[in-house]
Design a protein around this ligand. Structure first.
Ligand SMILES: *[C@@H]1O[C@H](CO)[C@@H](O)[C@H](O)[C@H]1NC(C)=O
Ligand SMILES: *[C@@H]1O[C@H](CO)[C@@H](O)[C@H](O)[C@H]1NC(C)=O
Ligand SMILES: *[C@@H]1O[C@H](CO)[C@@H](O)[C@H](O)[C@H]1NC(C)=O
Ligand SMILES: *[C@@H]1O[C@H](CO)[C@@H](O)[C@H](O)[C@H]1NC(C)=O
Ligand SMILES: *[C@@H]1O[C@H](CO)[C@@H](O)[C@H](O)[C@H]1NC(C)=O
Ligand SMILES: *[C@@H]1O[C@H](CO)[C@@H](O)[C@H](O)[C@H]1NC(C)=O
Ligand SMILES: *[C@@H]1O[C@H](CO)[C@@H](O)[C@H](O)[C@H]1NC(C)=O
Ligand SMILES: *[C@@H]1O[C@H](CO)[C@@H](O)[C@H](O)[C@H]1NC(C)=O
Ligand SMILES: *[C@@H]1O[C@H](CO)[C@@H](O)[C@H](O)[C@H]1NC(C)=O
Ligand SMILES: *[C@@H]1O[C@H](CO)[C@@H](O)[C@H](O)[C@H]1NC(C)=O
Length: 422
């Protein structure tokens, strides 16, 4: 039964343009295997997802061996069994698992070995879907990945070879991508990748930072998962460094479709988590406002002074590249509820300073006692993204990660807007 709040959301969605039809309906989620203790398979809301993908298998230095050692070789078959007939998949790569993608695909011999490893996984685990989460073809990710300008073309060649295999012919093939298209030198590469894949998922999250080398130490705390970013500068007080241009749902769909990926094959990546920033009170509030003081748009923060996030966030450590990384500052949706900043239905708790950012369609809240500002997503943001999905004729959404929203509060909000039939 729909709650009153969902009926209100559904009424808002109905105002959006009816979508051009797509051959898919996708309400997908990634299951992060390392959170199994907090998110047992029995707690997963299987029936609310059309596709559920297990993260991660990792390409090794040897293309004939894609490893499940760092996740859990025993858990994957349990995951597939728990799903019953629901569609299940395996994601290969991830932020820390993309070191050897490039060399695995760099020669015909290696691609053939890699394709064999993928089809072996499909057979062994009875997979319906394989997701390539290569971060990123032709672009450095964590810092020590092998990267080549031929990555996009080699990715295409591997996908074509995989598709030609009877084992993979009918398996759903997807890729998690950046908000900008692969830097292919040949304009026909991306349209051909679209033919080989079922869909891509631009990951419209983690977009608060300027990644460029030499970017300023003090930056503005921008929305982590914006619907739109081209309107930031129009907001009063939001001038200065670091505005706009890091991507959003709007920019990602425009860029990928301009590069030759049809909208009917672009699934919107949405996060069940937000990001926090150390923002002192003199920056956090608009001067001259009181009782209650209003939060300033996009305040400056020190990018080198990392905040610690929730219980799932690391405290920092040396990564696989040998570089020290501070804590991620991640606040999952469940943790904002647990800590009392949000109510169970995603509304902000009484007395918590809050700002709705109209450009990004995402909210901020301020943990005043700690001097921590959080850019997060709530049911209203998810409803806005669902309406965008529908208005643009996208097949649906994919959420990282299902455990972030254990009760399906965000999920229900976007599902109600993506497709009334879901
Ligand atoms: C969320 O729950 C609170 C407390 O029950 C209620 O007052 C509020 O109206 C709810 N918000 C929405 C959007 O349903
Ligand atoms: C999907 O999973 C749910 C929960 O386990 C189950 O009730 C439902 O029957 C499954 N659907 C299919 C098609 O197997
Ligand atoms: C192919 O894989 C091997 C490891 O089996 C690796 O040593 C080699 O560099 C790879 N080839 C290319 C062109 O990257
Ligand atoms: C793939 O699906 C098509 C259409 O449903 C079917 O004709 C074909 O036999 C399937 N191929 C394999 C290898 O399962
Ligand atoms: C681009 O790719 C197509 C198809 O693979 C190929 O026919 C064409 O020669 C390529 N163009 C260039 C400039 O490499
Ligand atoms: C995004 O922002 C631009 C600039 O303000 C505006 O023209 C456009 O309509 C917005 N798009 C959406 C989907 O909100
Ligand atoms: C990121 O930082 C670089 C280097 O300072 C600067 O040139 C660029 O304008 C910045 N971009 C954004 C979107 O802030
Ligand atoms: C408020 O005023 C103080 C003192 O002039 C200044 O340092 C601070 O940056 C201002 N805060 C904002 C959000 O503009
Ligand atoms: C507040 O934060 C800003 C931005 O990081 C910094 O420039 C300023 O020195 C800080 N003020 C205090 C009192 O810590
Ligand atoms: C980092 O921010 C915290 C909270 O605003 C502050 O107490 C601390 O002094 C800052 N550390 C550095 C190294 O700037």
């Amino acid at each position: 039964m729909l709650s009153l709040a969902l009926l209100v959301l559904a009424a808002q969605c109905a105002a959006s343009t009816t979508a051009a039809s797509s051959s898919y309906t996708v309400a997908a989620g990634w299951y992060a295997s390392w959170h199994v203790t907090d998110v047992p398979l029995s707690s997963v809301l299987w029936s609310k997802y059309t596709h559920m993908t297990y993260a991660f298998a990792i390409p090794t230095v040897d293309p004939s061996s894609i490893s499940l050692a760092e996740s859990d070789e025993e858990l994957l078959p349990q995951f597939v069994a728990a799903a019953q007939q629901n569609t299940t998949g395996l994601s290969i790569g991830g932020w820390t698992g993309s070191q050897y993608y490039s060399s695995n695909l760099a020669s015909a011999t290696n691609r053939t070995a890699f394709v064999k490893s993928v089809t072996a996984l499909i057979t062994k685990y009875d997979l319906d879907l394989v997701d390539f989460d290569w971060e990123y073809p032709g672009v450095q990710g964590i810092g020590c990945n092998i990267v080549s300008p031929s990555d996009p073309e080699n990715f295409l060649l591997m996908l074509q070879e995989l598709r030609a295999s009877p084992i993979a012919a009918n398996v759903t093939l997807t890729a998690a991508t950046a908000v900008t298209p692969f830097p292919a030198t040949n304009a026909s590469t991306i349209p051909q990748i679209a033919q080989a894949l079922d869909w891509i998922v631009p990951m419209v999250y983690d977009l608060s930072w300027n990644w460029t080398a030499g970017s300023p130490r003090e930056q503005r705390a921008l929305p982590a998962a914006p619907l739109n970013d081209s309107c930031y500068t129009a907001t009063p007080g939001a001038t200065g460094v670091g505005l706009a241009g890091r991507g959003s749902a709007v920019s990602a769909v425009e860029a990928w479709s301009a590069a030759g990926f049809p909208r009917s094959q672009i699934v919107l990546g949405v996060p069940a988590y937000g990001h926090s920033f150390n923002v002192n009170a003199s920056m956090a509030y608009l001067n001259g406002t009181s009782s209650p003081a209003q939060l300033a748009p996009y305040p400056l923060y020190d990018t080198l002074n990392h905040t610690v996030g929730d219980a799932w966030d690391g405290t920092g450590g040396t990564d696989q590249c040998g570089v020290y990384e501070g804590p991620g500052g991640i606040w999952d949706f469940w943790a904002l509820v647990d800590a009392g900043f949000l109510l169970a239905n995603g509304s902000v708790a009484s007395g918590v300073p809050y700002r709705w950012d109209a450009c990004s369609s995402t909210p901020y809240l301020y943990m005043a006692d700690r001097g921590v500002l959080v850019s997060y997503t709530d049911p209203q943001s998810f409803a806005a993204k669902g309406a965008f999905v529908r208005a643009n004729g996208l097949p649906g959404f994919a959420m990282w990660e299902v455990g972030g929203d254990p009760n399906g509060v965000l999920l229900d909000a976007i599902r109600a807007c993506v497709s009334p039939g879901l």
